[in-house]
Write a protein that binds this ligand. Structure first.
Ligand code: ISE
Length: 335
């Protein structure tokens, strides 16, 4: 039957997912929207047929119409919802980060491993972006030899209000951490953060932009320009430098625009536009899998591994030192 989805968290991302599930996904409907700000939940649910609205996130679990949960609340609120969903055996699509720190991520990993089957997919949507998928199949094909270096650019127009230094790592750079692990099939072993003079366009004290240097388990190195207040557009790009060639994605995303005296390429304003197709595919594939009783995509272990790199990253940016990443061994479920 049709999958009844509860969307927990009705901020920018949550509201976008409500619209996506309601209008652009087959086999699913939005059965409930929950947000601690009830009016925000009501706005997101406006126009959605037969959709319950809650101000208490856990209330969605008492609703028999709810067969799956999409978690889009802020990272620190995830663990409670994930734990409740796992207890009830409901499939989950959890926006990144799985949880903000490795300790809580490991608790979620262990709760899922104890069930002996996967229920949670983590919303690392770049894995569903057409350009990144092409990079991945090129790397996997081995035609260019071993990948040696990755160059990333990650620029936002502006950081959201209340964004802190650690959040630049846990909420933004976490995407690169997952992308490196996924593209290379290697673990990130150490993080160094170099910080140029802060931009006057960035909030006082945020220390934006930053340059991250990541080392991996089989000797690759990735550099990440993280610039969250660049002021002009949303850009995410990645170049893979291998032994016999390079490949790059993300430079040409918006349409070509021509007018008097100029020919240019539009730059998307934000991630909702830049990754719209990736989100659509991610959510459709999650719904299809949930209806078959399966789960695909990035798992809780990927969420934990990324959180462990974040932990090292947060310390690296505070101390200026190279910080080694520490992780536990994965439970059998994720081997
Ligand atoms: C946001 O939460 C995202 O996930 C975006 O992809 C990222 O570019 C942005 O920096 C984050 O704040």
């Amino acid at each position: 039957g049709i999958l009844g989805v509860a969307v927990v968290g009705a901020g920018r991302m949550g509201a976008d997912h409500v619209r996506r599930l309601d209008r652009a996904t087959s086999g699913a409907r939005v059965a409930a929207v929950a947000d601690v700000d009830r009016e925000r939940a009501e706005r997101a649910a406006d126009g959605v047929e037969d959709c319950a609205v809650h101000s208490e996130p856990l209330a969605v679990f008492d609703d028999p119409a709810v067969g799956a949960v999409l978690v889009a609340s802020p990272g620190p609120a995830h663990e409670e919802v994930l734990t409740a969903a796992l207890e009830r055996g409901l499939p989950v699509l959890c926006e990144k980060p799985l949880t903000p720190d490795p300790e809580s991520a490991l608790r979620v990993v262990r709760a899922e491993a104890a069930l002996g089957r996967r229920l949670v997919q983590v919303g690392f949507m770049r894995r569903y972006d057409a350009g990144f998928r092409k990079l991945k199949s090129l790397v996997d094909s081995g035609v260019q030899g071993r990948p040696l270096m990755l160059h990333f650019r990650h620029r936002n127009v502006s950081s959201p209000p209340g964004f802190t230094g650690p959040m630049t790592i846990r909420d933004s750079a976490v995407h690169e951490f997952d992308t490196v692990r996924w593209l290379l099939g290697q673990e990130i072993t150490a993080v160094t953060v170099v910080r140029p003079a802060a931009s006057s366009g960035a909030p006082e004290g945020l220390g934006d932009p930053q340059l991250l240097l990541l080392e991996t388990s089989r000797g690759a190195v990735a550099d990440v320009e993280l610039f969250l207040n660049c002021g002009f557009g949303y850009q995410v790009a990645c170049e893979v430098v291998s032994e016999r060639g390079t490949a790059r994605t993300g430079d040409e995303t918006g349409p070509v625009v021509e007018g008097p005296g100029a020919r240019c390429r539009e730059i998307p304003p934000d991630y909702l536009v830049r990754f719209a197709d990736a989100y659509d595919l991610q959510v459709q594939r999650w719904v299809d899998a949930a209806r078959r009783g399966t789960v695909e995509g990035p798992d809780c272990w990927d969420g934990y591994a990324a959180a462990a790199v974040c932990e090292a990253g947060v310390r690296a940016r505070e101390t200026g030192a190279r910080v080694a990443v520490e992780t536990e061994a994965p439970p059998d479920l994720y081997r």
